[in-house]
Design a protein around this ligand. Structure first.
Ligand SMILES: [Zn+2]
Length: 201
């Protein structure tokens, strides 16, 4: 703001400073379906949630730019995803998944290593976690840590969400409806906006 020479320069920087880069990663895709059960494939549901989360963030919030690791059913390696996010200068990374293994409910992950962003990453995760459990009515399986590629290799704060169990009949029935996909997406969008301080439109 001390630069009096050109107003153009000031407004350019103001726009840039307000631009939070959000990388949304729908888990799996293409030749990797993820978990499958009850007539569902994980890759399809993660894509629906990711696309809807993007749309809601763009419709209801400002101050951000979103990139998705994929917007269709294509194969993309974990390295391609995290390299792309890091090269883009991502400020926040969220990977969206559906669980399997016979239980029910929602859990989320951050990296279990030691790193500079850890406290902030867990604070962001907590906000999104609470928002998602609160809005969806999922049983809360907890905020967890794990050594997962997308969490370890992303330079920015990164979280991974597990939205119900594809092999649980009740969770699967809900995941089959657009209304429930939208609830998950709205909760993710609200949580991300709250955690990153995005203004509502
Ligand atoms: Zn998965």
């Amino acid at each position: 703001m001390g630069i009096a020479l050109t107003g153009m320069t000031i407004s350019y920087h103001a726009v840039e400073a307000a631009d939070t880069r959000i990388y949304i990663d729908p888990g799996h895709g293409g030749s990797d379906p993820g978990a499958s059960a009850n007539g569902l494939q994980e890759k399809d549901i993660t894509l629906k949630i990711a696309l809807k989360t993007r749309d809601i963030l763009n419709e209801q919030y400002s101050g951000h730019t979103i990139k998705l690791s994929r917007t269709s059913d294509v194969t993309k390696s974990l390295n391609e995803r995290t390299n792309e996010a890091n090269n883009w200068g991502t400020n926040f990374f969220v990977s969206i998944h559906i669980n399997s293994g016979g239980a029910t409910g929602y859990e989320s992950y951050t990296w279990n290593g030691s790193y500079a962003n850890k406290e902030r990453t867990n604070a962001i995760r907590r906000t999104i976690h609470n928002e998602t459990v609160g809005q969806t009515g999922f049983i809360d399986r907890g905020a967890k840590e794990a050594n997962l590629h997308v969490l370890r290799k992303t330079s920015s704060p990164a979280i991974l969400t597990e939205n119900g169990f594809i092999d649980n009949a009740a969770d699967a029935d809900k995941l089959k409806t657009d209304a429930f996909i939208e609830e998950i997406a709205q909760a993710h969008a609200d949580g991300i906006a709250k955690a990153l301080g995005l203004p509502a439109k």
